[in-house]
Design a protein around this ligand. Structure first.
Ligand SMILES: NC(=O)C1=CN([C@@H]2O[C@H](COP(=O)(O)OP(=O)(O)OC[C@H]3O[C@@H](n4cnc5c(N)ncnc54)[C@H](OP(=O)(O)O)[C@@H]3O)[C@@H](O)[C@H]2O)C=CC1
Ligand SMILES: CC(=O)[C@@H](O)[C@H](O)COP(=O)(O)O
Ligand SMILES: [Mn+2]
Length: 384
């Protein structure tokens, strides 16, 4: 039995994680759940999964949830960052599944690692802003970081225990997003509703916008560097619109391994929770004859400058990736609130990176400070 705590149980990954648990009650037990403010859904999840703890980041929502829980349900309601940290460090859990969105997941993830909990990691922003720190803490505490992101789960499965030194290139596949094949001119006036329409995956709003700008792939390049210990020039991106090959690894002897499957996040979630074993399931099986054609093309960096900016940030090192991530989080939010245009996202990210004084080997405190700086820098230039 794997005992799980979930950061972000009400989101796209969180609810799919609960579906995996629902289908495998003998293998998985949910001990704690959490969200920012979705109390109605949390209450439903409490009634179905009977966790011992719930953490609600927003204090008012936590009070609201407390008042909604029937007297016959015994559960501890926690709140704020302390609540998230508490459910990440529980004695009663084996693994923390991080399905929270944004770099707010960093501190609870580090707390879990320090308490020797394995991490099933969907929250890529954590590695983008503090990959070095997170991976070295995981090594120090002998903790596994099990990728949930579909591409990284694919690479992890392709590696199957092979040493990093045997990797020549990691080939990350990208769907190309809703604007594949468009020019910059075509996208100048694009709206958030158009950007939110991902061709293959149903995901949360932030990652959907990231997929539309190809920043998601940029964040995934950085995530791959830290998870698999490779250099930036060992990671390639290829656009594969069908999202059937989830990623590939080319080894030093030119052999290429790929992992394929129908686009369904429950598979990488289940794999991370079952590792090193596999769990039988009823998920849709791949019908290659029906799919018939798998295609590949180069990403267009003129139409999608975010991917190029992410590579450059990774190459520059220091704290540039943390700044890239924080600026992107603010700008995606502004775009979702109709306050800025599609190309303002890369434009203001570049302005923020240009103004940044990078720090080598940053501590957690440095990263949190830089996050604050980047957010206020972007907000200031937007109000000018
Ligand atoms: N969706 C997908 O298919 C994939 C997602 N990922 C990654 O997984 C992560 C989650 O994505 P996704 O599930 O799509 O996102 P969603 O927006 O659907 O869900 C986000 C979850 O995080 C919670 N949350 C947000 N802010 C806070 C906070 N301050 N404190 C506590 N909880 C908070 C939300 O709670 P509330 O409901 O209250 O707002 C919600 O439960 C992201 O990092 C994303 O990049 C990676 C690969 C695929
Ligand atoms: C399902 C998943 O892992 C997402 O990160 C997905 O990869 C988004 O698709 P693209 O970024 O390739 O459009
Ligand atoms: Mn992905």
């Amino acid at each position: 039995m794997r005992r799980i705590s979930i950061l972000g149980s009400t989101g796209s990954i969180g609810t799919q994680t609960l579906d995996v648990v629902r289908k495998n009650k003998k293998k998985f037990e949910v001990v704690a759940i959490s969200a920012n403010s979705s109390v109605d859904l949390l209450l439903q999840q409490i009634k179905e999964f009977k966790p011992k703890y719930v953490a609600v980041y927003d204090e008012i929502s936590a009070l609201k949830l407390k008042s909604m829980i029937p007297n016959d349900i015994k559960i501890e309601v926690l709140s704020g960052m302390e609540g998230l940290k508490a459910i990440a460090a529980l004695d009663e859990i084996d693994v923390l599944l991080t399905a929270i969105v944004g770099m707010i997941g960093l501190v609870p993830t580090l707390t879990a690692i320090k308490n020797k909990k394995d991490i099933a990691l969907a929250n890529k922003e954590t590695l983008v802003c503090a990959g070095d720190l997170v991976m070295s803490e995981a090594k120090k505490h002998n903790v596994k970081i099990l990728p949930v992101d579909s591409e990284h789960s694919a690479i992890f499965q392709c590696l199957n225990g092979e040493q990093n030194k045997e990797i020549e290139t990691i080939i990350l596949t990208a769907s190309g997003g809703p604007f594949r094949g468009k020019t910059k001119q075509d996208l100048l006036e694009v709206t958030k509703n158009q950007a939110l329409k991902h061709p293959n995956w149903s995901m949360g709003r932030k990652i959907s916008i990231d997929s539309s700008t190809l920043m998601n792939k940029g964040l995934e390049v950085i995530e791959a560097k830290w998870l698999f210990g490779v250099e930036h020039n060992q990671i390639d991106v290829v656009v594969h619109p069908q999202s059937i090959i989830h990623s590939m690894v080319q080894f030093v002897d030119s052999s290429v391994m790929a992992q394929l499957g129908c686009p369904d996040m429950r598979l990488p979630i289940q794999y991370a929770l079952s590792y090193p074993n596999r769990t039988i399931n009823d998920f849709e099986r791949l019908d290659l004859a029906k799919i018939a054609t798998l295609t590949f093309e180069k990403p267009n960096l003129e139409t999608f400058p975010c991917l190029k900016i992410a590579y450059e940030s990774l190459k520059m090192g220091g704290t540039y990736c943390a700044v890239l991530n924080s600026a992107n989080e603010v700008l995606v939010n502004e775009f979702l609130e109709d306050k800025i245009g599609f190309y303002d996202i890369p434009y203001y990210i570049e302005k923020t990176l240009e103004a940044h004084n990078s720090i080598e080997n940053p501590s957690l405190e440095d990263i949190l400070e830089i996050d604050k700086w980047a957010r206020s820098f972007v907000k200031n230039i937007l109000t000018k």
